[in-house]
Design a protein around this ligand. Structure first.
Ligand code: MN
Length: 503
């Protein structure tokens, strides 16, 4: 469902006619070589397309028009091997709607100390050419990522790769359609938000559907299709004895297969990339979509519970950013705590809907009563999450802007086997520790729902937030509460004065 290789990033080198054809030929050769090198790099998830060297204002403007309309172009990498006077770039940059990464590199890694002459100096001018290029983007308040270092250095390729993945997520976000089955869980604040503003700023569209719309499709699913899917369940998961054929709960498992097939059909036919459910509004559905939601997330769909469209969209965007990387991504909720001063941690889970892409092994497929909502006992996957670094990201509506909050966390093994907990769960220690991490999150207004990922780091979300033009707050190892409070306060003023666009 997610294919990053169809996307392109254009490699654009700025120069001018002043240098004469010999130098310009060299500039083009070198740029082509760098673009081809990046294209083949294992860190680079999309195609890198070399574009002819820019020498005039018209060329630059035409390129930006072309980039805006090229469907698979998700961003531009710019670099000034030589000096490229920046007034030439103004008209193009003014209309450019794709993200920019400014690669501040040099073709030669080392100074040829013994041979260096004026020809070398004439050609290898990024040290000052890129400063002119940087000035105009700062002067025009254009958000971009600046990556510094030699183009063959691993860390440079890695940071470009992160930006490309963020750009792919942003590209996806701008045409994303989310189906909201039922509305918001009644009286809940953080899952609400301005959907019109979200569409104006992000392109993301969210529309509500009556639960009856999917119930009709779900009830029409053929038994043979359910047979096939249940067979797939048997091959993919360890099914608990009571859910197996002739077991007392086998029908409950078949019902989730029915829901999965029905919702999938609805999403496919409508071109949706994510959906939300609300356990208060399940009219005509016998079970809360548990296993079904888990498996649809695993297939690449975004999901948000209780009508949470912002986190459904964010889960999907983060799945795009992390496609092909080790680990997984899921809808998540900070559920309950271990507050022992010797090792405080969070147990993250949801009623059912955690994506098995983050499982540490073959998930168990079990059926248990929900204890809330008064519906039939739903089938669900039960598993733990591997230890290691992860992030929780939350998108909230501040009334005059959207704010993205990321907490870097470290997943750890549960202290015991949790034999009576019939849901998927992740245990983590927030950075810098639970007390500061949770207080910071609460001061920042972060939701109880998050998009959790072991594939992407805070840097991905920072790049994404800049592209989307939204506020970004990171809670990590260096977070101190007084600094965070100051940042939140200064952002209030900043966004009021600057309008909503991040600059
Ligand atoms: Mn919830």
């Amino acid at each position: 469902m997610i294919d990053l290789k169809k996307y392109e990033v254009w490699f654009v080198t700025g120069s001018q006619h002043l240098y004469g054809s010999e130098t310009l030929k060299k500039v083009a050769e070198h740029s082509k070589e760098i673009a081809a090198f990046l294209d083949k790099s294992g860190e680079i998830p999309v195609k890198v397309v070399f574009k002819p060297v820019m020498k005039t204002p018209d060329e630059i403007t035409c390129l930006c028009i072309e980039a805006n309309t090229a469907k698979n172009c998700i961003g531009l990498i710019t670099w000034c091997h030589t000096f490229s006077p920046s007034k030439m770039w103004i008209n193009g940059l003014k209309i450019l709607q794709k993200p920019i990464l400014h690669l501040h590199t040099q073709y030669n890694r080392d100074l040829p100390w013994n041979e260096i002459d004026m020809d070398f100096m004439n050609l290898n001018q990024a040290a000052h050419g890129d400063r002119e290029h940087g000035f105009i983007m700062t002067r025009m308040r254009i958000a971009r990522k600046v990556v510094v270092g030699h183009w063959q250095e691993g860390e440079v390729q890695e940071r470009i790769g992160v930006w490309m993945r963020a750009a792919a997520g942003w590209h996806d976000f701008q045409t994303m359609k989310i189906a909201r089955f039922g509305d918001n869980m009644r009286e809940v604040a953080v899952t609400e938000g301005d959907k019109v503003e979200a569409q104006i700023q992000f392109g993301l569209s969210v529309n509500g559907y009556g639960v009856g719309d999917i119930v009709k499709i779900i009830n029409g699913v053929r038994e043979s299709a359910i047979d096939n899917l249940v067979q797939e369940y048997g091959e993919t998961y360890q099914i608990a004895a009571d859910g197996k054929k002739n077991g007392p709960f086998h029908q409950n498992l078949r019902y989730q297969a029915r829901i999965e097939l029905g919702i999938r059909k609805f999403l496919e036919e409508g071109g949706f990339k994510g959906f939300t459910t609300t356990f208060e509004d399940l009219h005509g559905l016998a079970q809360l979509p548990g296993l079904a939601s888990q498996r649809l997330m695993d297939a690449g769909y975004g999901f948000g519970a209780e009508g949470d469209w912002k986190h459904a969209a964010l889960v999907r965007a983060m799945k795009v950013m992390g496609a092909g990387l080790k680990g997984g991504c899921s809808f998540m909720e900070d559920y309950t705590y271990h507050l022992d001063p010797k090792g405080m941690k969070v147990l993250g889970a949801h009623m059912l809907e955690i994506c098995p892409s983050i499982s540490d092994g073959k998930p168990r497929l079990e059926v248990h009563p929900l204890g809330i909502g008064g519906k039939e006992a739903p089938a669900r996957l039960v598993f733990n999450v591997p230890s290691g670094p992860a992030i929780n990201a939350s998108l909230i509506d501040m009334g005059n802007r959207f704010r993205m909050i990321v907490n870097s966390v470290d997943c750890v093994k549960p202290d015991a086997a949790l034999p009576n907990l019939p849901i998927a769960r992740a245990i983590w220690v927030p950075q810098p520790d639970l007390k500061v991490g949770a207080a910071s999150w609460i001061y920042a207004g972060g939701a109880h729902h998050t998009a959790f990922s072991q594939q992407v780091t805070a840097e991905f979300i920072e790049d994404f937030s800049e592209m989307a033009g939204i506020e970004y707050i990171h809670i990590g190892r260096d977070t101190r509460i007084p600094d965070l409070k100051r940042e939140l306060r200064s952002n209030e003023v900043y966004y009021m004065l600057s309008g909503k666009r991040f600059i």
